[in-house]
Write a protein of this length. Structure first.
Length: 199
């Protein structure tokens, strides 16, 4: 058998196996829970890629930002300018900026209250809870509170949670968990954050 024939036979077997898996897969009849976590860059960026995908299918999307506060990012500018997404930036900035735990807890609680309203409304196909895992890491919110909110969501609604250090209970509950790893980052080499790439 030639290399070309051998390759063709291998690819036919891969194709058959993939088709079998697709034919056995079922629609869960509800939105999914997705998590991007880990120390690597791109957790929110990937979630916003899914936002664009949902919008491409004419779906309705909402975003609640838990940490970034008044910091202007390219994605926020774009989605607000084009009025494509229901957008709520409710954090007060990086956790080291406020230096006021009570204030941070109040901001996270208000943000999750808004998130619950959006998730339960039945109006949205996708709700992104950007950097919520940071609010959980610092115990501004409890894991049980977040799990209760996810369980109460509309069947229509998928929820995407981002941020480092997603707690194990959330990972266990989610349908998809992606751990972003870092191999290299320009900031570690003294390069400042770049507009359009980092924010």
């Amino acid at each position: 058998m030639t290399d070309a024939q051998d390759h063709k036979e291998k690819m036919k077997a891969v194709q058959a196996e993939h088709r079998k898996k697709v034919s056995e897969a079922v629609d869960p009849g509800r939105g999914l829970v997705l998590i991007n976590t880990g120390k690597g860059k791109g957790k929110s960026s990937a979630a916003f890629g899914v936002v664009i995908r949902a919008l491409g299918w004419g779906q309705k999307v909402a975003v609640v930002q838990f940490i970034k506060g008044k910091w202007k990012t390219g994605e926020r500018r774009f989605f607000e300018e084009h009025n494509l997404v229901t957008w709520h930036t409710m954090g007060e900035g990086f956790t080291w900026d406020t230096q006021d735990r009570d204030r941070d807890i109040a901001a996270a609680t208000a943000a999750f209250g808004k998130a619950r309203e959006l998730m339960e409304s039945g109006d949205y196909d996708l709700v992104v809870l950007d950097e919520i895992n940071i609010a959980l890491r610092y115990e501004y919110l409890s894991v049980d509170t977040v799990l209760d909110g996810l369980q109460a969501r509309s069947d229509r609604t998928s929820v995407f949670l981002t941020g480092r250090d997603a707690p194990q209970a959330l990972r266990d509950y989610a349908d998809l968990v992606t751990e972003m790893t870092v191999e290299k980052h320009p900031f570690e080499a003294g390069i400042k954050a770049q507009r359009g790439v980092d924010f």
